[in-house]
Design a protein around this ligand. Structure first.
Ligand SMILES: [Zn+2]
Ligand SMILES: [Zn+2]
Length: 329
């Protein structure tokens, strides 16, 4: 059974899940995906995955399909509750771990998917989060995507995942604390403020319309890090309206088109940052999509110091992406 453990120094939680050793890719070099006789995510192979929890209709059956991860990092059957000793905190590995196949087409990627296809992904996850948020044992739902062989993805067929945890993850707590501090100091949302600054003068704006913008943050963690921010100030992804989601999907079409032209075949990590489930709404918080290309491996200095060395300035990255934006469809 997986478990959660709290470090006594940093108080950061980790998930210990040895069951995932069974993942088929575990000891394969990351250079390329193993050739598959047939892909379990392709249409017609639905019986090779756990049962469908949710699907959205597409031209040839389903467009997206969600099911429980076969090798879950956390399980819904676990007991809830944290026990603490003087030194450590412990919780059974309660949670949910789901996979979404994002397209029926094996070789699709975000750069080749249109606004409607990306919108199916966003609305599918929205309904899964709404459903899971009824389980009061769950505190947070992280939606994330590993894309490309350098990202940790184990299958090339386009897919993303959701892990719901009984605690709010440490990086999310840090983000919420930072946004709340900025709000108390200035009376403004830090994300709205960053977007306004990016539009005014910074050279870090990649693309914008009336519904959403794409920009490279001032102090990125990796080269070509991008934020897709809905203009509507709203803390929760799961309650974003259809127009806002369509705006985000449309911005993602632009961003991934430009990324593919700028950095062909680049692997990347993507996550949706949102408020904790059922928490009191905080006016300081603003949901968004973050995209972090995998351009270099973190090394000892980064691990020891928590400071990343980024070799492309965000102003350079944004200019490079702006020049490669796909034409308006
Ligand atoms: Zn496939
Ligand atoms: Zn805002």
């Amino acid at each position: 059974m997986p478990e959660l453990r709290r470090d006594p120094v940093t108080e950061r939680w980790v998930i210990i899940s040895e069951e995932r050793r069974g993942r088929p890719s575990e000891y394969r070099p990351a250079e390329e995906f193993a050739p598959l006789a047939h892909c379990p995510f392709c249409p017609g192979h639905e019986a090779q995955t756990p049962p469908t929890l949710l699907s959205t209709p597409g031209p040839t059956g389903w467009q997206t399909r969600v099911f429980a991860n076969r090798f879950p990092a956390l399980r819904v059957e676990a007991r809830s509750g944290i026990t603490s000793t003087e030194l450590y905190g412990h919780s059974d590995g309660l949670g949910a771990h789901e996979v979404m196949v994002e397209s029926p087409l094996h070789s699709d990627e975000y750069a080749t998917m249109d606004e409607a296809a990306l919108l199916s992904v966003l609305t599918g996850w929205q309904s899964r989060v709404r459903d899971l948020s009824r389980d009061e044992r769950l505190a947070y739902a992280t939606i994330f995507k590993n894309a490309g062989a350098q990202s940790g993805a184990t299958l090339s067929h386009p897919h993303s995942q959701l892990i719901a945890t009984p605690i709010v993850p440490p990086a999310v707590l840090d983000r919420l604390d930072g946004a709340a501090r900025f709000w108390r100091r200035t009376g403004h949302c830090v994300y709205c403020a960053m977007a306004a600054e990016a539009e005014r003068e910074s050279g870090r704006l990649v693309w914008a319309d009336a519904r959403a913008l794409v920009f490279c943050p001032y102090a990125p963690r990796v080269g070509f890090e991008c934020i897709v921010l809905p203009r509507l100030h709203e803390s929760r992804f799961e309650w974003a309206d259809a127009e806002t989601l369509a705006g985000v999907a449309s911005a993602m079409v632009r961003l991934f088109g430009a990324l593919r032209a700028a950095l062909p075949r680049v692997s990347y990590h993507l996550a949706i940052q949102s408020a904790p489930l059922r928490s009191a709404l905080s006016s300081a918080d603003h949901w968004y999509v973050e995209v972090m290309p995998v351009l270099s491996r973190h090394a000892a200095f980064e691990m020891a110091s928590g400071m990343n060395i980024v070799s492309t300035a965000p102003e350079t990255a944004a200019a490079y992406l702006r020049e490669r934006l796909p034409g308006t469809p």
